[in-house]
Design a binder for this molecule. Structure first.
Ligand code: ADP
Ligand code: MG
Ligand code: ZN
Length: 476
C-alpha cells in the first residue's frame, strides 16, 4: 500500500519476546505455556507480602545473547518498578528496566540492506493473562473475566527500535527478521501464535523533511499480517485527520482484526505516570565482562549469514530459489542442503526438496537422517527415480514407512519404471504420434515437452522427465 502523495510514515516497533528459560524471572516457578491455569504460581510471582524476588541467571544470559545478536552495548543495569493497576499482575507494579537497560544502542540489518537502529533491549517480567467472557473476548459486555497467573513473572526482553522504519512492509520485514534472530540466539521459540513474540507499533506521519509528528502506539499485534495492516490503517487515519485540519493526539490504540481498524484504548500515559523507582528488593545487575565476552563468542551464525552461505552454493539463483533459501533458513533446515553440497550432490534438487517436502513435515524430521536425504537426492539426479517419485520417497521416509530409500523404491516399483517400461512407452508414443515425432526429430525441441507430458499422463507422474528426453534423443 502507498500513502497519498506528499506524506511519509515514521514507525518504531516495540517487540516483546518471552525467554526460553526453565523458570520465571524472579522465582522458581516453571516457565511453561499451555498448562492448567494457575498451577505455576508462588508467593513471589503473585506478589504476596514478605516474598522477595531473586534474579534468574539464565534469563540474564539469554537477554545478553539477544543484545549481542543485535550489536548492542551490554552494560551494568538496574531494575525499576513500573507502577500501574493490572488485574493480571497482582503486585500492582511490573519489574522492568528503566534508565539503565542491560542492552542499548544496537542495530538490525534487513535483507534489503537498510539498517534499523535498536534503542534498547531490556529485561522485564510478563503479566498474567485475562480472559473476558464475552462474544468478542473484549472487556466491554463481558459477564465475567478469568485470570491465569501462570504467565505472571515469565521473563521478557523488550526490544525497542529507533523510529527508522518508513513503511508497513519494512516494519513487517524488520519483525520477521528480528523473530528469526531471536530464534537463532536460542532465547525464544518465536511462536507468534502462542504469544511468545508480540509487537507494539508506534506510528506517526509527516511531510518529508518536516520534524516527526505525534505518534500513536498500537498494542499487542500478534501476527505479521496484523502488524502490517494495522500500521497502514493507522497512517491513513492520521493523514486524513491532518488533512481535515485536525491534530493527532498521542494515545494507545487497539487493533481490531475483524473490523480492520484501530480505536482509542487510552490517552497515552507518560513515563511520569508510572512513578518509576528503583526496586529496593533487587541489587544492580553487573555481568562479569568475561561472561559477556563468552556470550558474544558463543552465538551461532545469524539468519543473514546463513542465507548468504546457502546462496553461495548457487551460481545463478532464481527468484523461486531465493524464496526457498529464505524458507529453509527460517525453519533452520540448511543442514540438509549443506549435506548434499558436501557430498557433491545436486544442490538445486536439495534446496527444492528441503523447502517443500521436508519443510512440510517438521514433526517427522528425526526420521530423516541427512545421509538418507543425500541418497534420495542422488537417486533423483541420477534419473533412477523421477521427481515425483523422489517426493513420494521422502514422504514415505518421513512417515516412517521404511528407513532405506532404495528398498522403498523397489517396494513401490519405482525402479522398474525407470528402466525397460519407460523405453517401450516412449517407443509406443513415437509410433502413435508420428507428426509430433517428425517435428521433434527435425529440431523443434519444444516437442520434448509434449512427449514428457504424454509419458507423465500415462504413468501418473511416475516417470523421470530427463530420462524421457534421453530416450527420445537416443532415437532422434
Ligand atoms: P513508551 O514507553 O512511551 O512506549 P518507548 O521509549 O518504550 O516509549 O518506545 C518509543 C517507541 O516509539 C520507539 O520504538 C520509538 O522508535 C518510537 N517512536 C518515537 N517517536 C516516534 C514518532 N514520532 N513516530 C513514530 N515512532 C516513534
Ligand atoms: Mg514502551
Ligand atoms: Zn512463582
Amino acid at each position: 500500500m502507498s500513502l497519498p502523495d506528499g506524506w511519509e510514515m515514521v514507525v518504531g516497533l516495540e517487540v516483546h519476546t518471552e525467554l526460553l528459560t526453565a523458570s520465571k524471572l524472579f522465582c522458581g516457578c516453571e516457565n511453561r505455556f499451555g498448562e492448567e491455569p494457575n498451577t505455576h504460581v508462588c508467593p513471589v510471582c503473585l506478589g504476596l507480602p514478605g516474598s522477595l524476588p531473586v534474579l534468574n541467571r539464565q534469563a540474564v544470559e539469554l537477554a545478553m545473547r539477544i543484545g549481542a545478536a543485535l550489536h548492542c552495548t551490554i552494560a551494568p543495569s538496574t531494575f525499576h518498578r513500573k507502577n500501574y493497576f493490572y488485574p493480571d499482575q497482582s503486585k500492582d507494579y511490573q519489574i522492568s528496566q528503566y534508565d539503565l537497560p542491560i542492552n542499548s544502542r544496537g542495530y538490525l540489518d534487513l535483507p534489503d540492506g537498510s539498517r534499523i537502529g535498536i534503542e534498547r533491549a531490556h529485561l522485564e517480567e510478563d503479566t498474567g493473562k485475562t480472559t473476558h467472557l464475552s462474544s468478542g473476548g473484549r472487556l466491554q459486555g463481558a459477564e465475567r473475566s478469568l485470570v491465569d497467573y501462570n504467565r505472571c513473572g515469565v521473563p521478557l526482553v523488550e526490544i525497542v527500535s529507533a523510529p527508522d522504519i518508513r513503511s508497513s512492509a519494512q516494519a513487517r520485514e524488520y519483525a520477521a527478521e528480528l523473530r528469526d534472530i531471536l530464534v537463532a540466539t536460542g532465547a525464544s521459540d518465536g511462536r507468534l501464535e502462542e504469544g511468545s513474540v508480540r509487537f507494539d507499533a508506534n506510528v506517526s506521519v509527516r511531510r518529508p523533511g518536516e520534524p516527526f509528528g505525534t505518534r500513536c502506539e498500537i498494542k499487542n499485534l500478534n501476527s505479521l499480517r496484523s502488524l502490517q495492516r494495522a500500521i497502514d490503517y493507522e497512517a491513513l487515519r492520521q493523514i486524513e485527520l491532518l488533512e481535515e485540519g485536525g491534530v493527532v493526539r498521542q494515545e494507545t490504540r487497539h487493533w481490531d482484526e475483524g473490523l480492520g481498524e484501530t480505536s482509542t484504548l487510552r490517552v497515552k500515559e507518560d513515563a511520569e505516570d508510572y512513578r518509576y523507582f528503583r526496586d529496593p528488593d533487587l541489587v544492580d545487575l553487573a555481568p562479569d565482562p568475561v561472561w559477556i565476552d563468552t556470550v558474544r563468542h558463543s552465538l551461532p551464525p545469524m539468519p543473514a549469514e546463513r542465507r548468504a552461505e546457502l546462496r553461495a552454493l548457487f551460481v545463478d539463483l532464481t527468484s523461486a530459489q531465493g524464496d526457498a533459501v529464505d524458507t529453509v533458513v527460517e525453519l533452520g533446515l540448511e543442514r540438509f542442503v549443506h549435506a548434499v553440497a558436501s557430498a557433491g550432490g545436486d544442490v538445486a534438487i536439495a534446496l527444492s526438496r528441503t523447502a517443500n517436502e521436508i519443510a512440510g513435515a517438521l514433526e517427522d524430521l528425526p526420521r530423516l537422517p541427512e545421509a538418507t536425504f543425500v541418497e534420495v537426492v542422488a537417486m533423483e539426479s541420477a534419473g533412477e527415480v523421477s521427481a515425483t517419485q523422489a517426493k513420494s520417497l521422502l514422504g514415505a521416509l518421513l512417515a516412517g514407512e521404511d528407513t532405506d530409500p532404495r528398498r522403498l523404491a523397489q517396494a513401490k516399483g519405482f525402479e522398474q519404471m525407470a528402466e525397460g517400461a519407460l523405453r517401450s512407452l516412449v517407443e509406443e508414443l513415437i509410433s502413435t504420434h508420428p507428426d509430433e515425432w517428425a517435428r521433434y526429430r527435425d529440431g523443434d525441441d519444444k516437442l520434448a515437452q509434449f512427449f514428457i507430458g504424454q509419458v507423465m499422463r500415462r504413468t501418473k507422474g511416475q516417470a523421470n522427465g530427463k530420462a524421457v528426453v534421453e530416450e527420445l534423443n537416443a532415437r532422434r
